[in-house]
Ligand binder design. Structure first.
Ligand code: ATP
Ligand code: MG
Length: 656
């Protein structure tokens, strides 16, 4: 491919304050560069030292990286450990009474769980799983509300060496069945109901439906948490087991199963933004090390922090930065069951005030929707406890970044824009907040030890300002080990022959700026080709979002006789969706705005307004569906991970 043109210019620079820098775990660019030099000098030694320093091993490793069967890499393969031991037991002496989890339910009630209490709950549940015949290597599907028990379920699986596969509690029976079948799971752990936005979510009913479907025959037992006293959910005595009955009388001790570092910890299916979800298989040792190094460097973890990652455990972010990372480092973290808009759009800010959150990590989609619903709301709360903000999931548009920085962070908190994927296991490209000056919209520099690069189709480096394929040149400890059941797809997708099987291909396009900062431009699948110029989606969308009227935008290409492709933009305004002449007038204004902001080449030929955009359940815009709509075609692609299918119909009729 020819390279991708970059049209967005964003030069605002935000260095860390002196105070932040001095106290940070990695202090100043000297600190960052020193780590990078260590990694460059002795790559394996660098990771081996971190592995010894941060992870507690039952049997220390002597081998570091095994690349003899590339790209099926192994890390620390002769070491033995247990991740639940690392997350809980090793803290008990020094921090047994420290709060591990502050749980806040959808209805606002909260509960504090200490490390000692968490240990007892995990052990009892792990003993219960054993009683049901679950052993090392068995697959267990977790389909739970985002509660303490979800974390307990994952930790308990890990404690006995069972492989969990968490399925987001909003997925349909069909999507759940597909994952049960692919993983050949023995057990489903669920709750009779979940709660989101004041309404019960009938989790058990969905499990019943999924387990009754063809393909779910592997399921032997369903464990049911009684989240709601009076639920109409059915209970099948032969198959279902109440959580509280299972753990009753179980010992509060359970010897961890010491597993090899390469033992699979979990399978997690990707969001499905670009196609059929992939069953990403992660290891135990390398994965844990990725979570720990990034907790320390990217989230700059310090004793006393109150950490809050808003992601559901159904996503990779909820694995690495809820279920494992914060516990492994001994933090106190908030786990929130509900949604950001219930009872109103001030919920996040109110909770930050209430729990004195220091470190807050959320997604651009949440930020954009909260700006739309109440850009001034944060000002009503005391957010002075915050010291660090983070984002993940999509590129954050510079205007949303500035709002987050000023209105939420009071201009005082660094923002870590963390680029990573289900496949990478941990943050990969992100500013270390006491070292790297940030720029709105850029995820900045790779984390030390991560050898990220941007190359053209021949695998050659691209010059600054030119877009290309984002790749990683060396294997890293927390990387995906394979796609469950599909090693061929693993090779083809991530280590394609186009690059001689040598580079990890992320599937995103990106460019370097003149300071060597990385800018994600969008998915490779979504790149537009307008009059010979290849354009990423992010820059045009960011230009649109910078207009005061616009809340969200998604841009796709539409076949065009002369230009090859024309730009079609789907736009959500902060106010009501315009119609008729209003829509025409605003569309014209926005087209001119884009032409003025980034140039005529990026000017949308067509603008369509909607109340919302099609998104995955984790809040990512699904442009592949919008492409069909722009072309006026029927949608025949996989929509099983779509959050709001009804929006497709509205957008299909939205041409003005
Ligand atoms: P699928 O692979 O099935 O299409 P997905 O890629 O949406 O699903 P995830 O692994 O949840 O599934 O998402 C990873 C992707 O999210 C990245 O490849 C990138 O496109 C996007 N992303 C995540 N964080 C950032 C970020 N900070 N900046 C830009 N993009 C990001
Ligand atoms: Mg992906």
């Amino acid at each position: 491919m020819s390279s991708i043109d970059s049209v967005l210019k964003e030069n605002r620079l935000f260095p860390p304050s002196d105070d932040f820098r001095v106290k940070a775990n990695v202090s100043g660019m000297e600190g960052y560069n020193a780590l990078c030099e260590q990694a460059n000098g002795d790559y394996e030694g660098f990771w081996a030292n971190l592995g010894r320093e941060l992870v507690s091993w039952n049997k220390p490793f002597t081998k570091v990286l095994n690349d003899s069967n590339a790209p099926f890499f192994k890390w620390f393969e002769d070491g033995k450990l247990n991740i639940s031991y690392n997350c809980i037991d090793r803290h008990l002496d020094a921090r047994g009474d420290k709060t591990a989890i502050i749980f806040e339910a959808d209805d606002g009630k909260s509960e504090h769980v200490s490390y000692r209490q968490l240990h007892a709950r995990v052990c009892q549940f792990a003993n219960g799983l054993k009683l049901l015949g679950v052993t090392k290597g068995d697959r267990v599907v977790v389909y739970m509300p985002h509660t303490v028990e979800a974390v307990v379920a994952m930790q308990a699986c890990a404690r006995i060496g069972a492989i969990h596969s968490v399925v987001f509690g909003g997925f349909s029976a069909g999507a759940l069945r597909d994952r049960i079948q692919d993983a050949q799971a023995k057990i489903v752990i669920t709750a009779n109901e979940g709660f989101r936005g004041g309404k019960p979510v009938p989790l058990k009913a969905t499990v019943d439906e999924a387990v009754a479907m063809e393909g779910s025959e592997s399921i032997e037992k369903v464990i049911v948490l009684r989240r709601l006293e009076n639920s109409s959910a059915a209970f099948n005595d032969a198959r279902d087991v109440w959580w509280h009955e299972l753990v009753e009388g179980q010992p509060t001790q359970c010897e961890p199963e010491w597993v090899d570092a390469e033992h699979p910890l979990f399978i997690l299916y990707t969001s499905g933004s670009t196609g059929k979800p992939k069953g990403i298989q992660h290891s135990t040792g390398g994965y844990l090390l990725g979570a720990l190094t990034t907790m320390k460097w990217v989230f700059d973890y310090r004793e006393g922090d109150i950490y809050w990652c808003t992601a559901d455990v159904g996503w990779i972010t909820g694995h690495s930065y809820v279920a494992y990372g914060p516990l492994a480092i001994g933090a106190t973290q908030v786990v929130f069951e509900g949604v950001p808009t219930f009872p109103d759009a001030g919920r996040f800010w109110q909770m930050i005030e209430k729990h004195k959150v220091t470190t807050f990590y959320t997604a651009p989609t949440a930020i954009r929707s909260l700006i739309k619903l109440g850009g001034d709301l944060p000002k009503q709360y005391d957010l002075s406890s915050l010291r660090l903000l983070g984002t993940v999931g999509e590129p954050i548009n510079p205007e949303a970044w500035i709002w987050y920085h000023e209105v939420v962070g009071g201009g005082r908190c660094p923002i870590v824009d963390t680029w990573w994927q289900t496949e990478t296991g941990a943050n990969m490209i992100a500013p270390l907040p006491g070292a790297v000056a940030t720029k709105p919209g850029s995820c900045t520099l790779p984390i030390p030890g991560i050898i990220a690069d941007i190359v053209d189709e021949a695998g050659a480096p691209v010059e600054p300002g030119k877009g290309g394929f984002l790749v990683v040149r060396k294997p890293w400890p927390s990387m995906v080990r394979t796609i469950w059941n599909d090693p061929e797809r693993f090779k083809k997708t991530y280590f394609p022959e186009d690059f001689n099987g040598q580079l990890y291909l992320a599937g995103d396009s990106a460019h370097f700026d003149e300071n060597g900062y990385i800018w994600i431009m969008g998915r490779v699948d979504d790149v537009l080709n307008v009059s010979g110029h290849r354009l990423g989606t992010m820059e045009i969308e960011s230009a649109l979002v910078a207009n005061p009227l616009v809340a969200e935008a998604a841009v796709v290409g539409k076949p065009h006789e002369i230009k090859g492709e024309s730009v079609c933009a789907f736009v959500v305004l902060k106010g009501a969706r315009p119609e008729g002449d209003d829509a025409k007038r605003i569309a014209k204004e926005l087209r001119e705005w884009v032409a003025h902001e980034i140039g005529k080449i990026a000017m949308p030929d067509e603008i369509r307004f909607g109340d919302n955009l099609p998104k995955t359940r984790s809040g990512k815009i699904m442009r592949r569906l919008l492409r069909d709509i722009a072309k006026g075609q029927e949608i025949t692609q996989d929509t099983s991970t779509l959050e709001n299918p009804a929006i497709l119909e509205q957008l299909a009729k939205s041409a003005i």
